[in-house]
Write a protein that binds this ligand. Structure first.
Ligand code: 1SD
Ligand code: ZN
Length: 261
């Protein structure tokens, strides 16, 4: 029953009407990561993250999630190492979450679903001149995925949560300065990596995914603040921004590699 309601949501959400016309890909996201089928790769280096908190610009409600945008005009907030051949620039981060704690993440691990998932979206400044160009290129993007689980209050996340009432409606935007998204990263370095796609239109198969093994903890109130946001613009009949995740996609002919044994 839950499964068919996800499909109904997909069919009804305006963003998703275009998916019906996307032809079958071979490396779509998200996926269910089967721990025992993932392959340890000793050549995978530790992921290096250098974010400059002053490159953080604003937070906006794009009608599907809330997104924190960064100045990506220079190599100031970058990641390197891990499975990557060069550095990638941070463009934005956003979350996906459920109406209730029982679901919300896009990826799953051994069919376990988390209440929310953070995506930090980066682009390749060596092979592209802009984020928009990188979306269309093989290896153009790297998205780091971090699961959120219910637990302790997250002090770093709270600064962002406090900004959310200002962007309750679709298209609302508010300044959001000097934030280091590193505070949203689990301390454990372990990750899985695989070749996939964006999980929203245009669903291009340009993403190297790096999924952190260890979730971060957030408390119930913080998740409830996510759920207070709206898909709708001011003046429209209010629709809560919840269940903004794409259903699982087939693994097909792909291997998920792990940085750990
Ligand atoms: O869901 C996001 C979407 O909001 C947008 O940020 C897009 C990039 O333009 O990325 C997707 S996702 O594939 O990172 N989930
Ligand atoms: Zn996402």
């Amino acid at each position: 029953a839950a499964c068919s309601s996800y499909r109904l949501r997909d069919a009804l959400h305006p963003l998703w009407q275009s998916e019906l016309t996307v032809s079958g890909g071979t490396r779509q996201s998200p996926i269910n990561i089967q721990w025992r089928d993932s392959v340890y790769d000793p050549h995978l280096k530790p992921l290096k993250i250098h974010y400059d908190p002053t490159t953080c610009l604003y937070v906006w409600n794009n009608g599907y999630s809330f997104q924190v945008e960064f100045d990506d005009s220079a190599d100031k907030s970058v990641i390197m190492g891990g499975p990557l051949e060069n550095h990638y620039r941070l463009k934005q981060f956003h979350f996906h979450w459920g109406a209730i704690n029982e679901w919300g993440s896009e990826h799953m691990v051994d069919s376990k679903v988390y209440p929310a998932e953070l995506h930090l979206v980066h682009w390749n400044p060596v092979t592209s001149t802009s984020f928009e160009e990188a979306i269309m290129e093989n290896n153009g993007l790297v998205v780091i995925g971090v699961f959120l689980k219910l637990g302790a209050h997250h002090a770093g996340l709270q600064k962002l949560v406090d900004a959310l009432p200002a962007v309750r409606h679709k298209d609302a935007i508010v300044e959001f300065d000097v934030f280091d998204p590193c505070c949203l990263m689990p301390s454990c370095p372990d990750y899985w990596t695989y070749d996939g796609s964006l999980t929203t239109p245009p669903l291009t198969e340009s993403v190297t995914w790096i999924i952190k093994k260890t979730p971060i903890e957030v408390d119930q109130n913080q998740l409830e603040e996510f759920r207070m946001l709206l898909f709708t613009s001011a003046g429209e009949e209010e629709k809560r921004m919840v269940d903004n995740f794409r259903p699982l996609q087939p693994l097909m002919n792909r291997t998920v590699r792990s940085s750990f044994r």
